[in-house]
Design a protein around this ligand. Structure first.
Ligand code: SF4
Length: 428
C-alpha cells in the first residue's frame, strides 16, 4: 500500500534549474557531529587528532561535563608533531593505550581526523588498523575525517557511519535498517510505529552498543532518517542493500510519506497503516496548526548549512503556509532529496554550494521574513534588520516524526514572534 502525498499545486522542484556556487563558505566543520554521536553510541569514544582549536570547538559546543567522563577527547598535535620533529604515530599509540587502560567501558574507538592531521598527512586509517590489531577483540578502532577543509558540519556523521559499514557483519536475512543518529526518545517512537505495523526485524545504524545486532547484506532494505547521509547510503548499497527513497520524516506529511514508503516495501495493508498512524497524524496536524500560526503567509530564505534545507523548505511551504524564496543546500543528491524536491512547490531559487558574498547580496535583496543560516551569519543579518534562525539548532533539537512536528514549526515561529515583540517594545 502507498499513501500518496498531495502533489504540489504548480509542479515540484526536481527539475528546477539549480544555481551551483563554489566559493567561500560559512560553515562549522565535521567535528560538530561528535556532540550528538557520543551521546548516541554508549560504548564509543571519539578521539580527535587535532589542534587546540579543535579541542576548544568541541568543549564549547558540547559544554563541560562535570559528573560524567566524556566520551570524546582530543589528542593534541603540538608544534613538534606539526613540524615532523616527533613521531606522531608513536605518540598516538601511547595515548590510545593509556586511554583504553583507564576506560574499560570503551568498545569502539573512532580516530577522528582534523585539518591539522590532514595537513601533516597523518595516515589515520593505517593507525586505526594497527591499533585494532593491538586492542582486538576488546576494542574496535575505526577512523574518519571531521576536517573542515572541504566539508560541512553534518558530513561528520555521514563520515562516521560510513566508516562503520565495511565492518558490519554480513546477513542474508530480510531486515529493515534505519540509518541516522536520532535522540533515543525519537528513535523509540520511530521503531514503535513500524513495529506496530508488523515490520521487522528492525536494525539501527548507529546502534547504541557495538554488540547490538546491526548487520547488512543483499536482503537488507534501508531508509535514511537524515538527508545528509549520502556516503553512508552509497556504502550500504555497495554491500548489496537497497535504499527506500522517500521524503524525510519532518512534519505530518513527511513522516506519513516516509512511513508509507517503508510500509509499502513490507506489504502493510491500508487498514493497518491507518490504525497505527491516524491518531498521531491528527495530533501532529493539530500541533503544527497551533505552532505555525505566525508562519502563514511569511517568506523564508535558506543558506546552505545543515543539509536539512530541502526537506525543511518542503515542510514550511506545504504544512506551515510559508513561501520559500531561496533554498540552498551544501549538496543536492537526487537519489536522496528527489522525493522532497518533487513536493516542494515551484518558485524558489534552488542553489547548491555557496559563494557567501553573492548569497548575502541575494538575501539582502530578498529580505525574507525569516532567514535560516549558520551562527556566523545570523548576528550580522539580525543587525541589518533580518530575522534569522540558526540552522545548527535544527540538528541539535528533536524534530523528526509526528510527536515533534509541532516543536519543529515552533522553532521557526519563535524568532518571528520575538522580532514582533521587539518591534512592539520599540514602538511603545
Ligand atoms: S577540524 Fe579544522 S575547522 Fe574543525 S576545529 Fe579543527 S582546525 Fe578548526
Amino acid at each position: 500500500m502507498t499513501v500518496q502525498p498531495t502533489p504540489p499545486p504548480q509542479g515540484g522542484c526536481r527539475n528546477a534549474p539549480v544555481l551551483k556556487e563554489r566559493g567561500q563558505r560559512e560553515v562549522f566543520c565535521g567535528l560538530t557531529g561528535i556532540i550528538w554521536l557520543h551521546r548516541k553510541m554508549q560504548d564509543a569514544f571519539f578521539l580527535v587528532v587535532g589542534s587546540r582549536t579543535c579541542a576548544h570547538l568541541l568543549q564549547s559546543a558540547a559544554g563541560v561535563m562535570i559528573f560524567a567522563e566524556p566520551r570524546f577527547g582530543t589528542a593534541i598535535l603540538e608544534e613538534g608533531d606539526l613540524a615532523g620533529l616527533k613521531d606522531a604515530n608513536q605518540e598516538l599509540d601511547r595515548e590510545v593505550a593509556r586511554l583504553l587502560e583507564r576506560r574499560p567501558d570503551i568498545r569502539q574507538l573512532f580516530l577522528v581526523g582534523s585539518c591539522p592531521s590532514e595537513v601533516i598527512k597523518l595516515d589515520l586509517s593505517r593507525a586505526a588498523e594497527r591499533l585494532s590489531q593491538t586492542h582486538a577483540p576488546r576494542v574496535r578502532v575505526l577512523n574518519y575525517s571531521g576536517s573542515g577543509i572541504e566539508t560541512t558540519f553534518t558530513e561528520g556523521e555521514d563520515a562516521c557511519l560510513c566508516s562503520m559499514v565495511p565492518v558490519l557483519p554480513k546477513t542474508d536475512a530480510r531486515e529493515l535498517l534505519l540509518v541516522g543518529a536520532l535522540p533515543d526518545v525519537v528513535e523509540d517512537q520511530m521503531v514503535g510505529l513500524l513495529e506496530a505495523m508488523g515490520i521487522g526485524p528492525i536494525r539501527l545504524l548507529p546502534a547504541r552498543k557495538i554488540d547490538d545486532e546491526t548487520a547488512v547484506g543483499p536482503n537488507t532494505v534501508f531508509a535514511l532518517t537524515q538527508p545528509f547521509l549520502g556516503e553512508t547510503a552509497a556504502a550500504l548499497t555497495g554491500r548489496g542493500a537497497t535504499h527506500i527513497a522517500a521524503p524525510f520524516p519532518f512534519g505530518e506529511e513527511g513522516t506519513t510519506a516516509w512511513l508509507s514508503a517503508i510500509a509499502s516495501e513490507f506489504g502493510v495493508d491500508a487498514e493497518t497503516f491507518a490504525a497505527v498512524t491516524d491518531a498521531p497524524r491528527a495530533r501532529a496536524r493539530k500541533a503544527i496548526a497551533q505552532a505555525s500560526e505566525g508562519l502563514n503567509g511569511k517568506s523564508v530564505f535558506f543558506f546552505p548549512d545543515s543539509q536539512l534545507e530541502i526537506p525543511l523548505a518542503r515542510f514550511l511551504t506545504r504544512e506551515c503556509g510559508m513561501t520559500a524564496l531561496e533554498v540552498a543546500s551544501p549538496y543536492i543528491n537526487h537519489a536522496l532529496h528527489g522525493p522532497d524536491l518533487d513536493l516542494l512547490p515551484a518558485g524558489p531559487q534552488i542553489a547548491e554550494g555557496q559563494d557567501v558574498e553573492k548569497q548575502l547580496d541575494r538575501a539582502r535583496a530578498a529580505r525574507a521574513d525569516l532567514t535560516v543560516c549558520g551562527l556566523g551569519l545570523a548576528n550580522p543579518l539580525e543587525a541589518e534588520g533580518l530575522t534569522t534562525k540558526w540552522a545548527i539548532e535544527l540538528v541539535f533539537t528533536p524534530v523528526h516524526f509526528y510527536e515533534q512536528a509541532g516543536d519543529l514549526a515552533g522553532l521557526f515561529s519563535r524568532p518571528l514572534r520575538r522580532r514582533g515583540l521587539l518591534k512592539l517594545e520599540a514602538a511603545e
